[in-house]
Ligand binder design. Sequence first.
Ligand code: NIG
Ligand code: FE
Length: 380
Amino acid sequence: MLVRDGAIVATGRSDEIEGQLPGDAEVVDATGRVVLPGFVDAHTHPVFGGNRVDEFEMRARGATYEEIAAGGGGIRSTVRKTRAATEDELLAQARKHAGWFLRCGTTTVEAKSGYGLSVDEEIKILRVIQRLNKESAIEFVPTFLGAHAIPDEFRSAPEQYVALVIHKMLPCVAEEQLAESCDIFCERGYFDLADSEKILRAAQEHGLRLRMHVDQLTNSGGAFLAARLHAATADHLEQANAAEIAALSEAGVQPVLLPGSVYSLGLTRYPRAREMIEAGLAVVLATDFNPGSSPTPSMPMILSLATTQMKMTPAESVTAATINAAYSLNRGDKIGSLEAGKLANFALYDCEDYRELAYYFGMLQTHSVYVRGERVSFSW
Ligand code: NIG
Ligand code: FE
């Protein structure tokens, strides 16, 4: 692979490329290693205060995610910790997460807000994402998720919170160009179909693309709404049925599957990846990195879960974590594969066959990571 000015100029056999090398070229010898495009993690929540390790233990003792949320924990507990942190404190914590993503071979990360749930607090998170994007080698692609939960102060009047999202938050986010997309948690106890549709249509009017959390814990028909609104993605889909899969396929909505959250919540129902692939859908895999349901930044771990639990082949999994994910973020022409004309974002792994990346699970095999042709340093 020949790289110049941060972009890939040519790919081919070593003897073909060597003939095109300028005299001052730096040569990276990847003999005996696997080279892959940087992973594109198309669904994460990387900016939050504190963690939820206490809830992790409560689940081990038998409580469910929904019971913990109903008792005031869950997303709302992270909202309290995030509001209590300053912008600089959140940036320092998010910087640590950025290092974790890089170590796992990820070079592009979609990043949602959603732990602020007021105008100022959502903007605070989106600014942290903006600052992170400037200082980090990773490209962070921001998504507004003001409709992640009803905050404590609106529990008795949730319709007023929906109005706040539509009339105050969305105009502000759009005006300051703080997000490319709008997301929503369409789920029992969070946002129902009618409110989701109102918020998402308003987002579309502001020029935002749509990504949606649907059919995760219960089936509320969210995938049909994603199809009707021609969302870019419908994410989770653990409870989606055959009719919903057909509707997504018909409308060209990409499914984003998040097996890390099924695993971490100790559940057993994974999304029906094989049916989706057979329906012709360009399936995406992502970590869903967040403090509650999926505290992993590791794409190799997700590839392992996809192969063992969802019966995706290793090749389908890598495709879902790179080029398909790039298209879901509107960047299919720039990243996600190693081809002439694309950015030189790639990673070298200490294995000889790409299938070993998912086969040896629970350990990292990353040797080095390059963004725009530059080797990124991170400490182990
Ligand atoms: O994707 N589903 C909503 N959001 C996250 C969970 C966030 C949390 O528990 O803090 C998810 O699973
Ligand atoms: Fe999520």
